[in-house]
Ligand binder design. Structure first.
Ligand SMILES: *[C@@H]1O[C@H](CO)[C@@H](O)[C@H](O)[C@H]1NC(C)=O
Ligand SMILES: *[C@@H]1O[C@H](CO)[C@@H](O)[C@H](O)[C@H]1NC(C)=O
Ligand SMILES: *[C@@H]1O[C@H](CO)[C@@H](O)[C@H](O)[C@H]1NC(C)=O
Ligand SMILES: *[C@@H]1O[C@H](CO)[C@@H](O)[C@H](O)[C@H]1NC(C)=O
Ligand SMILES: *[C@@H]1O[C@H](CO)[C@@H](O)[C@H](O)[C@H]1NC(C)=O
Ligand SMILES: [Zn+2]
Length: 436
């Protein structure tokens, strides 16, 4: 009888102890999404990256992931945070533009122009907030806009300061960790402008690119220490990804650089254009000149021209209302110069998302993720339903599929931890009966 009472007490203790981590696990829906702009999928393969290597052991690594067509910062980030193709979310360029007024707003100014971002598709921040979660955006593209009149709970918009200050990178992590640990934020998206800037300025093969990858690796080490210091190890899941890769721009005398004005008189034939912007170009032909523009560009080498309504379905761009009638995608490494070669970038993106140089990274770790799990490649559009699952929220309509990524998770249906608790309880019950 005494034995039985003792066992009863043990049992009660086990139930209450098991109850706590269980409810904490359910409430511990914290997610940090980090993007390092322009981190090509293989940038860690020719540099010593101990922290990224350790991440692969402690969590999930995808061989690479494929960004949407429009391998450009704002379009691709917005696909990640909405789970929608570019033709649906309509953020079709880094620059806000209007083909009728010829307005072109530079990228950084576009970040706070709600009319560019808010096209009826709700990003994850807003969907999460509508289901009771607290969210924040630290420099993440799209975070600075309002959606149907709603702002993200806390926003820092990218300023005009240098992208590569390591002290600031660490301070940004401290800030975000405090949001999670002291203010109980559930979702924070954190953006860094590197290694994109170095990739453009110096090219992906320059030693400075390796230097910035080492800095990113140290920052990931700093992040992991900060997570421990803030006691977030058991409650915070982290996804590290990016928007596109980077390729070396081909220059004279290696190639004949493209000068589009050689093939069509731009002033005469087009009323609007965005060219001289890497591998992706758009044009609005003057009335009645559409066929002429299309044919002239069809004869130009080292590029592919599309009438908008004939864009391949796999690009998921054709339904866009914003894209002008003519879209040009240069062959890998060619810049679409308009009239003169004023273009200084040594590296760029915007090319076909099937090119390996446009592929990017995906890493994840935290209590919900398996360890030492190497995922096959997948499209970045599938990150969205994974994030909803991690936050325990209902996704908005989207183009991703959880079945692509859920293999990375420890608890597929969320039942395994409960199952192991029940097994413990059953064993104790059996012990109790044996003791009677
Ligand atoms: C978002 O809405 C708030 C409140 O109406 C307003 O103060 C703010 O300027 C808006 N921000 C943007 C980027 O439109
Ligand atoms: C980096 O940022 C820190 C903190 O804002 C500042 O004190 C330092 O001067 C910056 N360093 C450079 C090289 O800009
Ligand atoms: C983390 O937990 C330790 C031990 O309970 C505590 O001393 C420390 O203040 C906590 N840190 C934060 C940032 O909450
Ligand atoms: C570019 O086009 C020219 C002319 O068609 C062709 O000879 C050349 O091989 C192309 N360059 C590349 C790198 O594809
Ligand atoms: C993407 O998702 C939206 C919303 O569910 C849907 O309307 C659209 O048809 C989807 N696009 C594709 C290509 O399936
Ligand atoms: Zn870029």
């Amino acid at each position: 009888m005494k034995m039985r009472l003792e066992l009863f007490l043990v049992l009660t203790a086990v139930i209450s102890a098991a109850g706590k981590p269980l409810s904490k696990a359910a409430a511990g829906n914290k997610l940090l999404l980090i993007s390092f702009d322009g981190f090509r999928w293989d940038y860690d393969q020719d540099v010593d990256t101990p922290n990224l290597d350790q991440l692969a052991v402690d969590g999930v690594k995808a061989k690479y992931i494929t960004p949407p067509m429009l391998t450009m910062t704002s379009p691709s980030h917005f696909t990640t945070i909405t789970g929608r193709w570019v033709e649906d979310h309509e953020v079709v360029h880094n620059m806000m533009f209007n083909t009728k007024t010829n307005l072109k707003v530079p990228h950084k100014q576009t970040l706070t122009r709600s009319e560019w971002w808010d096209n009826g598709v709700l990003p994850l921040w807003i969907t999460a907030q509508n289901q009771g979660l607290k969210t924040a955006s630290f420099h993440f593209p799209g975070g600075g806009a309002n959606y149907s009149g709603q702002a993200v709970n806390r926003v820092k918009v990218e300023a005009f300061n240098p992208d590569d200050n390591e002290t600031e990178w660490q301070q940004n992590i401290d800030t975000v960790m405090n949001w999670f640990s002291k203010e109980d934020f559930n979702l924070v998206t954190l953006y860094y402008g590197e290694p994109d800037r170095v990739g453009h300025a110096k090219g992906p093969d320059h030693p400075d690119r390796k230097t910035i990858i080492r800095q990113i690796d140290r920052t990931i080490g700093y992040l992991r220490e900060a997570i421990d210091l803030h006691n977030l190890t058991d409650s915070l899941n982290v996804i590290i990804t990016s928007d596109h890769g980077m390729t070396t721009i081909k220059k004279r005398p290696q190639v004949d650089e493209i000068i589009l004005n050689k093939y069509l008189n731009l002033i005469k034939l087009a009323s609007f254009e965005i060219l001289d912007y890497g591998g992706f170009g758009i044009l609005t032909p003057r009335p009645g000149r559409e066929q002429e523009v299309f044919e002239a560009l069809s004869n130009a080498p080292n590029l592919t021209v599309y009438k908008k309504n004939q864009i391949p379905e796999s690009f998921h761009l054709a339904k866009s209302e914003r894209l002008p009638p003519i879209v040009v995608v240069a062959d890998l490494g060619f810049n679409l110069n308009s009239r003169f070669i004023v273009y200084v970038n040594k590296g760029d993106h915007g090319f076909h998302n099937g090119e390996m140089d446009m592929k990017t990274i995906f890493r994840a770790f935290g209590p919900a993720f398996r360890r030492n799990f190497l995922s096959e490649p997948f499209d970045s559009v599938h990150i969205y339903p994974l994030m909803c699952k991690l936050l325990h929220i209902d996704p908005a309509p989207h183009n991703g599929s959880l079945s692509v990524t859920e293999e990375m998770l420890l608890l597929h249906g969320g039942g395994s931890r409960r199952a192991s608790v029940s097994v413990t309880l059953m064993l104790l019950m059996m012990l109790m009966f044996a003791a009677l």
